[in-house]
Design a protein around this ligand. Sequence first.
Ligand code: MTE
Length: 319
Amino acid sequence: MPRPSLPYIPPSEITAERHFQVRRELLAGALGLAGAALLPGRAVGTAAAPALAPLHFTRNARYRVADPLNSYEEITTYNNFYEFGVDKTDPAANSDSLRTRPWTLSIAGEAEVTGTFHLEDILRQHPLEERIYRHRCVEAWSMVIPWVGFPLADLLKRFRPTSSAKFVEFTTLLDPRQMPGQRSGLLDWPYREGLRIDEAMHPLALMVVGVYGRELPNQNGAPLRVHLPWKYGFKSGKSIVRIRFTARRPLTSWPAAFPGEYGFYANVNPRVDHPRWSQATERRIGASLFGQRRPTEMFNGYGEQVAELYRGLDLRSNF
Ligand code: MTE
C-alpha cells in the first residue's frame, strides 16, 4: 500500500510543535506519572495534529539536551538528502516521490540470520522511545531533535552477527525514479555508510522511525534512518534498505567520492578542521542572529559515553 503523500503543514501547527515537549510534561504531571517517561506519545501526539501518523512511544528521559528543541519546521525543511537535490529545501520539496510502504530491510554478510524482512514485522518487535539528541552536520550547523526510535544494537543482535563481523554497512534505497538526485553523478549511488561493530552496538546509536512523536517525513529519511549523535550527520544514513555485516571496513560514499575531505570515523571534533572550513564553532539552526555560533563540543558533547570506543586512536585525525 503506498504511503499517503505529505501534505503541507501550516505554520500555525508547526509553531505548536515547539510546545510539544512542555505540554507532554504538563500532561504527565497532571496524570500523576513520575516524569513523562511512561506517557505514550499518542496521548498528546494528536494535539498538534499534523498529517503523519502518531507513534506509540515512551520518553527516555536519560537522553535529553538542555538547549531548546528545534521546531518541527526547522527539522523538516532544512535537510541534507542528496537523493532529492543539493539545496537544503530540496528534500522537503522533492521527496513526495519516495514510496515507503511496503518497505523491506535486507540483512547480509557475517551473521547467522540473513535475508529480507518486512519493516512492519521488525517494528512490531521493537518498542519505540523518544530521545532528544544533538545533531551536528559536518557543514558546521546543528540542531536539537526529538527522535523516536529504538537502539540500533537491539536490531543488530537479532541477526546474531558472527565473530567475523567487525563492521556494519548501511545502504540507502537505489531507485532514480523515486530519488531523482540519483540521476546526478554527485555520489556513487546508492548512499552507503558504515561503522565499526562496537560503534554500531553502542547504546547511543539509534534506529530512527519518527520525529516529534510522528512517523518520519520522507525528507528526514523515512521510513528508517540511523542517528549517531557523536558523529557528523553524514554517518547517519537515511531510508535504509540493507544492513551488511563485514569483516573489512566498507568504503563509504563520502570518503569514496572526496577522500581528502571526509573520513570513515567522522567523530565531531572541534580540533580537526574540514580542509575548507573550521569545525571549532557551529551555527545552531533557528537561533537568534546574536550568539548564533557556539563552540563545537568534542564528540558533540557525548564524550563521556563514547570516548572509550576510541582509546588509542589518534584524535587529531578523523580518517
Ligand atoms: N543519507 C542519505 N541517504 N543521503 C544523504 O544525502 N545526508 C547526510 C545524512 N544522511 C544524507 C544521508 C547528511 S550530510 C546529514 S547532515 C544528515 O543526513 C541530515 O539529516 P537531516 O536532514 O534529517 O537533518
